[in-house]
Write a protein that binds this ligand. Structure first.
Ligand SMILES: [Zn+2]
Length: 335
């Protein structure tokens, strides 16, 4: 019979934060940025990490998912807090650009509402705040967050940096940058959230299918062997290394040109992602199993988006925190 102590020890791993498979995309994007920065601009990475640690030093219970690798581990924070009092930033994870799949005009759908406080303007607002642009206090992000941050400017920046790392992942998920609008969905289908598919690996709609990198994180051992088990955060050195080798493979399989990631044109990023999202509605039917042909066609698209997001995140961090201080000019690019 196990002693009481053994029973308690057996329970210990369950106390950590369980990372659902949907989080893996974010952990991959931030890890790609981490690897790139570590190699090319470790000072910028160290400065960004210092800023992240300000909030956890002030409030140690802020995020139980963060341990030795906060830059990567904090990438899931923006989702975690949605259900724990952080719903005020739920609309900042996406932009509902209308996708008129029946070739209509948006003026035919007066009930469709576009929210200007979305992922594009949220990314700009946070970057502007961290960069201390002259008008950063006029931004809705700053104005929404500061009262919630005990009016501690640095605590707010530290918190906002967590959101920025997460949003750089979301803005590259094709179904985070569009909403299909047609006769059936006159107010939009919320990026495929209203497109039901039979439950497969916990994905019950088209949006979730894409959140899982088109089922990548369940059946495919080439990318993430970690998906076969429950991953706890903070990482152990073993899980850190395991994800690291998966990420290296992903990066070598997807070449990204400097011209693609060395820019801050957030609206253009969202437009690119929107265009990736249009074909996501082709070759798949509501309430029917997602065909294998769809999966094999779209998985590489989703994978490449992860790498592109990681590279753009690295460049943004390098710009905001790097010693070369391109940041002095960053506001020119951001607006
Ligand atoms: Zn999100």
């Amino acid at each position: 019979m196990p002693s009481k102590i053994t029973a308690v020890l057996c329970l210990v791993p369950l106390i950590g934060t369980t990372i659902a498979w949907k989080s893996e995309g974010h952990l991959i994007v931030s890890r790609i940025a981490y690897e790139k920065l570590q190699k090319e601009n470790p000072q910028a990475l160290a400065k960004a990490t210092n800023l992240l640690q300000y909030a956890t030093q002030k409030n140690p219970s802020l995020n139980s998912a963060e341990g030795d690798y906060p830059f990567v581990e904090s990438s899931t924070f923006a989702d975690t807090i949605k259900f724990r009092g952080g719903a005020w930033q739920s609309d900042w994870h996406f932009v509902d650009t209308p996708f008129l799949d029946q070739g209509d005009d948006i003026s035919q759908y007066p009930d469709f509402k576009f929210n200007p406080e979305n992922i594009t303007t949220a990314i700009q607002g946070i970057a502007s705040w961290i960069n201390q642009d002259s008008d950063y206090q006029n931004n809705f992000v700053y104005q929404t967050m500061m009262p919630k941050m005990e009016n501690d400017e640095k605590y707010g920046q530290s918190y906002a940096l967590r959101l920025l790392i997460h949003y750089l992942g979301d803005i590259h998920q094709p179904l985070h940058c569009l909403s299909r609008v047609d006769q059936q969905y006159p107010v939009g289908d919320r990026g495929g959230n209203m497109f039901p598919v039979p439950n497969h690996y916990e994905a019950k709609n088209l949006h979730s299918v894409w959140d899982s990198v088109v089922y990548e994180f369940h059946v495919n051992d080439k990318l993430v062997s970690i998906s076969q088990q429950i991953i706890f955060q903070p990482y152990t050195s073993e899980t850190w290394d395991k994800i690291g080798s998966s990420v290296q493979t992903l990066m070598s399989n997807n070449a990204i040109k400097p011209s693609e990631y060395k820019n801050f044109d957030v609206f253009n990023w969202a437009q690119d992602t929107f265009e990736q999202g249009n074909p996501a509605y082709t070759g798949v039917t509501e309430n029917e199993k997602v065909p294998d042909a769809y999966v094999s066609k779209e998985q590489p698209v989703a994978e490449r988006q992860l790498v592109l997001g990681g590279y753009r995140l690295a460049y943004l961090i390098e710009t905001l925190f790097g010693s070369s201080r391109v940041a002095e000019e960053a506001s020119l690019f951001l607006y």
